[in-house]
Design a protein around this ligand. Structure first.
Ligand SMILES: *Cc1c(COP(=O)(O)O)cnc(C)c1O
Length: 431
């Protein structure tokens, strides 16, 4: 199976964390997101222990909560002793309401609004990750008005293209995020932050991309950042206390994707970082990482019910499900590949090549093409695996379709973490 928490039982049904997915579909209805709380917690611990082991206390993972944001996940992150990052006022509101330690919350985004900034002050946000000059000025002015000093990191663009596995010096300089080292803008914004009366510059941040299975892109980025830190020390006398390396470690969506160990990867990355810091004669900063999908993606799957099975002679076969782009827009957006299976025939041979289509009035509403299923029939339960990240959080109400519930399962209990939306919910704001 794709992940260790998935299996099949004596009925030939797919199980997650020991629960029969066909039973879950009956109990909670379809479509439904199922998430394995135990696996989420295990992943949190792997990151937390690996960072602490290599870099000492204070080096923690920050859960990049755009991957999956709701009250419950912040409670879990809090219980696991990790921090988190948010990218909007709405995520900030949710984490605040969940009772999170706001000192461990980092606020990202390339265009925080004035309301976002004021609201963050109200919540006593720990850190802004400041993207640009205008934002720096805005935060400083508003902090001054409140008579407070605000802690920040600066988002820096190291110029790494993670998918060429190399530092391509200009490759990623052209980005809507952050200030590039290459162009000199990074040094300028550091100077500006150091000269801002109500800003405490605590360190630097970079995020090079997503779905990265190798270590090299991370160590390349870290090397560039450490050289930059050295330069700041030599030229400005500024000592960087925190280096946040962002998120992006890969997740296994299909059998062809590699199996990686987050612990081993962190160990390898740490070894290089420690040696770069030595070579550059700088004190090792507190290292933070921001895993999003690698904490939650594998824990999730989505259950649907098969409606029609349409074979167009000489063309394709379409299997229609009772969800689609409103609950998982990732195939429609960027052809993300997922593993699909008929949950009630999980031990049978998957040799029915077909397109899995959603129910929206949109021909692009597909979940998979050329995927292999176990001879699908109306009424079957179809599972799409590894949907714990960027599914619920990217869901919409297109075609006035209510969002599915999020059901959490763990060894000792199962419960609804987010209720299924109702038709009334869909009209709540209609005046
Ligand atoms: C999206 C994002 C992450 C998480 O990325 P994953 O690929 O989900 O791990 C972390 N940091 C920042 C700044 C991001 O934008």
């Amino acid at each position: 199976m794709l992940h260790q928490n998935l299996n099949t039982n004596e009925k030939g049904n797919l199980t997650i964390c020991g629960y029969d997915t066909v039973d879950l579909a009956k109990e909670y209805g379809t479509p439904a997101y199922i998430m394995d709380e135990d696996l989420i917690r295990e992943n949190c611990r792997i990151y937390k222990n690996a960072l602490e082991k290599n870099f000492g206390k204070g080096s923690i993972p920050l859960y990049a909560s755009k991957a999956f944001s709701c009250k419950r996940i912040y409670e879990i992150a809090k219980e696991e002793g990790i921090g988190c990052d948010v990218v909007s006022g709405g995520e900030l509101y949710t984490v605040y309401k969940s009772g999170f330690d706001m000192e461990k919350v980092f606020f990202h985004g390339n265009n925080k609004t004035e309301n976002d900034i004021e609201f963050a002050f109200d919540c006593k946000l720990g850190y802004f990750v400041v993207d640009n000059n205008e934002e720096l000025e805005e935060i400083n002015t508003r902090a001054q008005k409140r008579g407070i000093t605000q802690k920040i990191l600066l988002r820096i663009t190291p110029g790494i293209d993670p998918h060429t596995h190399k530092a391509v010096v200009t490759g990623n300089v052209d980005s809507k995020f952050g200030s590039a080292i290459e162009t000199g803008q990074a040094t300028e914004i550091v100077k500006k932050a150091l000269n801002s009366s109500n800003i405490e510059l605590c360190g630097l941040h970079c995020h090079i991309g997503s779905q990265i299975f190798e270590c090299d892109p991370f160590t390349d980025a870290a090397e560039i950042m450490i050289r930059f830190i050295k330069k700041l020390k030599d030229t400005l006398g500024y000592e960087t206390k925190i280096l946040n390396l962002g998120g992006g470690m890969g997740v296994r969506y299909i059998e062809e994707d590699p199996v990686i160990s987050y612990e081993e990867n962190i160990d390898k990355i740490a070894e290089k970082i420690i040696s770069y810091a030595k070579a550059n004669e700088i004190a090792l900063p507190t290292i933070l990482m921001e895993p999003g999908r690698s904490l939650v993606a594998a824990s999730g799957l989505t259950l649907y019910t098969v409606g029609s099975v349409k074979e167009i002679p000489g063309f394709k076969k379409y299997v229609s499900i009772d969800g689609g782009m409103p609950d998982n827009p990732r195939y429609a957006l960027y052809q993300s590949i997922y593993t699909c299976m008929i949950a009630n025939k999980a031990t049978e041979k998957a040799d029915y090549v077909c397109t899995v289509a959603g129910r929206c009035c949109e021909s692009g509403d597909l979940i998979a093409e050329n995927t292999k299923l176990q001879s699908p029939k109306k009424g079957d339960t179809l599972a799409v695996l590894c949907t714990g990240a960027y599914n619920y959080s990217m869901a919409s109400n297109y075609n006035k379709i209510p969002r599915p519930p999020v059901v959490m399962v763990s060894k000792n209990r199962k419960y609804v973490a987010v209720a299924r939306e109702t038709y009334e919910d869909l009209m709540r704001n209609d005046l």
